[in-house]
Design a protein around this ligand. Structure first.
Ligand SMILES: [Zn+2]
Length: 281
């Protein structure tokens, strides 16, 4: 397999720069996981049949007017968030195995990035993968429906490889351009599920990615004066964090923005929350 390659999905995220991301030939992975491709096709086929049904039958299940009139003015819904994960395992193959297994947890992601920088594109961006689980960001309580999930192969305590981060940056650039995803909408799994998740770990280079326009960051705080009446939990809430468990929200914030795994609150944390909160005013 070639480094920095994308396997093999084609959708609107593939907008440019084929020089950087090459499509490799067929490899032994297909022999191992090819059955999942057949299941993918069957699944897409079954979903498309839902779309062809009319009069419309969808979630509301109600009876509407006697005559059904459809509108041709439509398009597919676009992802508006990118959620970054680490796999908490040791190999790409282990992850592919998990994401092609049916009948269990049925977890998945749109993209898996191996340690050598290879990118597996497992699901069309316009479909929903099962990566976020029970989650909340701002008032959005269904992140799976509005986001792209990207898993980086990493055991949770080791550094991410340079090849992985390079491939990730190229991928994010394409996703951001294709779907016009705002800078602030590149976040981590732990940000949207602070009581359940700790990924990506504090070793994830959020600042480097923010410099490229993916995710927020903060500047020098030396001269910042935090008003006495500033409520840091309200600040976290405005940034997007669910604050039903304040300690968990602070821990997720510190892991993301301070590469710190503790949950202790202090003046510097408060200052950084304030600086980021101000970006939303
Ligand atoms: Zn995760």
């Amino acid at each position: 397999m070639q480094k920095g390659s994308v396997l093999p999905g084609k959708d609107s995220s593939e907008i440019a720069d084929e020089k950087k991301l090459l499509v490799p030939g067929l490899g032994s992975l297909l022999a191992k996981f090819g059955r999942a491709n057949e299941l993918y096709s069957a699944m897409v086929d079954s979903l498309s049949r839902v779309l062809f049904r009319y009069p419309l039958i969808d979630s509301a299940g109600l009876t509407y007017s006697a005559e059904w009139i459809g509108t041709p003015n439509m398009g597919l819904r676009r992802p508006n968030y990118v959620i970054i994960h680490h796999t908490a395992n040791n190999s790409c193959e282990e992850t592919l195995q998990e994401f092609t297994t049916t009948g269990g947890r049925e977890a998945s992601a749109h993209y898996v990035i191996c340690k050598d920088g290879t990118v597996h594109h497992m699901l069309n961006d316009l479909l929903c993968s099962h990566h976020a689980g029970e989650s909340k960001w701002g008032n959005n309580t269904d992140l799976n429906s509005s986001s792209i999930g990207i898993e980086l192969v990493n055991n949770g305590s080791e550094p991410f490889t340079e090849e992985q981060i390079n491939s990730l940056a190229i991928l994010l650039e394409r996703l951001k351009a294709a779907y016009k995803i705002p800078d602030a909408h590149f976040i981590g799994h732990a940000d949207i599920a602070p009581t359940r998740k700790v990924d990506p770990s504090s070793k994830f280079p959020w600042q480097t990615l923010s410099d490229k326009g993916f995710g927020l960051w903060w500047d020098d705080t030396t001269v910042v004066q935090v008003p006495d009446n500033f409520d840091y939990l309200m600040g976290l809430r405005i940034i997007g964090y669910g604050i039903s468990n304040p300690d968990a929200a602070v821990a997720a914030f510190k892991r993301h923005f301070m590469a710190d795994n503790s949950r202790a609150m202090n003046a510097q944390v408060r200052k950084i929350i304030y600086v980021l909160y101000r970006k939303f005013e």
